[in-house]
Design a protein around this ligand. Sequence first.
Ligand code: GTP
Ligand code: MG
Length: 333
Amino acid sequence: MANSKYEYVRLFEQDQTLLPNTWIVVRVDGRGFHKLSNHYEFAKPNDRRALDLMNAAASHVVRSIADVCFAYGVSDEYSFVFERNTQMFERRRDKLVSTVVSTFTAAYVLLWPQHFPSTPPSPPTSVNADAGPAPASHLDASHLPTFDGRAVVYPTTANLRDYLSWRQVDCHINNLYNTTFWTLVLRGGLSQTGAEEHLKGTVSSDKNEMLFSRFGINYNNEPDMYRKGSCVFREYETTAHDDDDKERSNAAAAAPLMSQPARDDNEETRSSDVPEPPLSKTQQEKQRKAKAKAQVVVRHLDIIKDDFWNRRPWILLSGGRPPPNKSVSVIQS
Ligand code: GTP
Ligand code: MG
């Protein structure tokens, strides 16, 4: 077919392709959620409904995009890790980011009514700005949840682990601060400015002590979801004690499934500096089926230590690919 004289405009389209054999992380972040959380009267500092909704939307992304091997979320943000050798959209940045952001946003909006049920029973579900002030639990067009997104590539598994650790440390620091701040305001009767002043120059141990001695709150007993954030991934086999995250101080109890120092850069370079050969069509189909069957779970675990990763080697070490026999040996402790 003859090209039209307009066809040349395609030449202006510039695709950015992300480096091969690197970890791609797409992070979505709620736009203006400070305002939005006030508008919909989220509980402070943590609203379980809002966090469950973030987790449900993230689980939908992991289920819908087979090449996403892990996701970590806190507050209004979620990071989605693509398996190292993903060929999705030929690794085009725009396509990857926009697909993750829109899939996440669509699920967030769709699932909103399940997490913020209305009382009394729902008015029409359509989003309608002219319908007058909506009950707080209903989305209204002037305060629709939207998310921005960005992609970052990490060349080594150690870099990726450090990225995820950075997000989890941030979760801990912010949550300890917010928990203390809002306890001082809501239970201690301080103004917000007063609480801010009160917390100036304090370190973690001061905040822990303040919570305990003045309000009888043991920070370590706060829900894991608030303190550690949320991880979403495919679980092929779990053990009863796997997921309750009684952080084992005894390293021997966490006998690694693969004897590898996960954060050894040299090892990393040796084992994965050459991209894995592409899979045959049959292999791809087999993997797709195994992934589709796998259970996508939400867990609130420590991802800074090696234990989590050692127990689930399929997430990072095998590039997100399911273990060949769909299960891994159960760790005995
Ligand atoms: P931009 O991302 O730059 O658009 O700003 P933002 O307003 O979304 O703020 P940011 O992403 O830095 O931080 C997220 C904000 O969302 C927090 O500061 C809170 O105000 C709000 N937020 C997130 N989760 C909760 C929650 O569970 N409860 C409450 N009350 N607020 C929350
Ligand atoms: Mg935000």
